[in-house]
Design a protein around this ligand. Structure first.
Ligand code: ACO
Length: 378
């Protein structure tokens, strides 16, 4: 096929098939394997959701038990990795740390390059199981605290919060965090997922694909926006007028973090669920002010920008939610990554099962026929 059109940002270009998530951006629909995201957030668990994404069906009880057992058996980091994490600069940014340490997992794998689908799936499960320990180990180390070994009796969500805080979470916090993990798990061919698939398409390895995706996710136009939302909420003093704050930003043509989406031109269904969750958690944890500020910002934005299809996205209310769960600001984007590893890995498996090297063209817009000018004549 010869290149006939250019789409800057690849907008409107369909570049892969997937059986995992379906998005209707006009109607505000997100489904994983045909199940509405809200239904999953209310009724499923993160582990069950990962099984669903990777197998395109819900597991039977015995299958889910086996999947949980397999995942939990991989919670432990490779020997010595906690010390290596403790030796990292304490002021390193967690996303840079996570990208680097996920990449380093490949060095502990005796066959890191295997890309047959069953073996690649094992590697994906390892990364999914161990990424929480990497984040928790780093956060504890920079706080001067000792590493907490994972607890294989706990769910993915509870185990992460346990390793981070040194104590088991309440059922409410476990459930809230689990729901966040479900909501962020997959989202079509977003930038980081595309990155993962592009890397996988060279038949490089799963570690490289996930590492590249983490690098993509941290950008403020993508997963980094949840941290920007929190910074923005922090900039507005308690008694200040949200209306004026937002209007001033809009007057300067600034973008408001947590609003707008390349695909959704209506309310992001993940934001719908997260708004309710954020409200509940804010009430439970005495953070009503934060929720009220968020809601006030949303009302201004809806009035000013809904006509242009700009609504809250997944990052807007996840900021308040993560804050109420007790997570530090610079861990917000790593939380997105812990969950999205499920989606990235699922897409890598889909890519490997039916691979075609990604190699688009660029339209050359530079000059032709320019003679070489020697150094002395320039
Ligand atoms: N605040 C104010 N105006 C906005 C916003 C916003 N957050 N987002 C888009 N707009 C406006 C733009 O200024 C532009 O207006 P114009 O037509 O008058 O020039 C119009 O809406 C279209 O915006 P684009 O940036 O061209 O839309 P695009 O599809 O490229 O952008 C994006 C999507 C990058 C997410 C954008 O909305 C944005 O920067 N949002 C803020 C960052 C953010 O929240 N990112 C997280 C996205 S969700 C995720 O990745 C998990």
């Amino acid at each position: 096929m010869t290149a006939t059109m250019m789409s800057k940002g690849l907008e409107g270009v369909v570049a892969a098939e997937t059986r995992m998530s379906f998005i209707d951006g006009e109607k505000g629909v997100l489904e994983y394997v045909g199940i509405a995201i809200d239904d999953l957030a209310r009724n499923s668990s993160f582990e069950e959701t990962v099984f669903l994404l990777w197998n395109q069906r819900l597991p039977k009880r015995a299958e889910l038990d086996a999947f949980n057992k397999d995942l939990r058996a991989r919670y432990e980091l490779p020997t010595g990795m906690d010390q290596r994490i403790a030796s990292l600069p304490k002021d390193a940014q967690p996303m840079h740390m996570l990208r680097t340490m996920v990449s380093s997992l490949g060095m502990f794998d005796p066959s890191p390059n295997a890309v047959d689908v069953p073996t690649a799936r094992q590697k994906a499960l390892n990364i999914l199981a161990q990424a929480p320990a990497i984040v928790a180990a780093f956060d504890r180390s920079r706080r001067g605290l000792v590493y907490v070994n994972p607890d294989a009796s706990l769910s993915f969500a509870a185990n992460f919060l346990y390793m981070l805080n040194g104590q088991k979470p309440t059922p409410t916090m476990e459930r809230a965090f689990d729901a966040c993990m479900i909501l962020h798990a997959d989202h079509g061919l977003n930038n980081s997922t595309f990155t993962a698939r592009v890397i996988a398409s060279t038949l490089s390895d799963v570690y490289s694909a996930i590492t590249g995706a983490i690098g993509s996710l941290r950008g403020p136009l993508h997963g980094g926006a949840n941290e920007d939302v929190m910074r923005m909420l922090g900039e507005i003093p308690p008694a200040a007028d949200c209306e004026r704050f937002i209007q001033e930003k809009l007057a300067k043509k600034a973008k408001i973090a947590g609003f707008g989406h390349r695909v959704y031109k209506s309310y992001d269904p993940r934001a719908t669920y997260l708004k309710t969750l954020a409200k509940q958690l804010a009430t439970d944890t005495g953070n009503q002010e934060l929720y009220e500020k968020s809601n006030a910002i949303e009302q201004v934005m809806l009035r000013e920008k809904a006509a242009k299809g700009i609504y809250p996205n997944v990052d807007f209310y996840s900021a308040t939610t993560y804050h109420c769960i007790g997570l530090k600001l610079d861990l917000f984007t790593p939380m997105f990554a812990l969950s999205r590893i499920a989606g990235w890995a699922g897409h890598v498996l889909e890519q490997l099962a039916d691979n075609r090297l990604f190699r688009p063209d660029a339209e050359y817009v530079g000059p032709h026929g320019v003679g070489y000018v020697g150094m002395a004549e320039r």
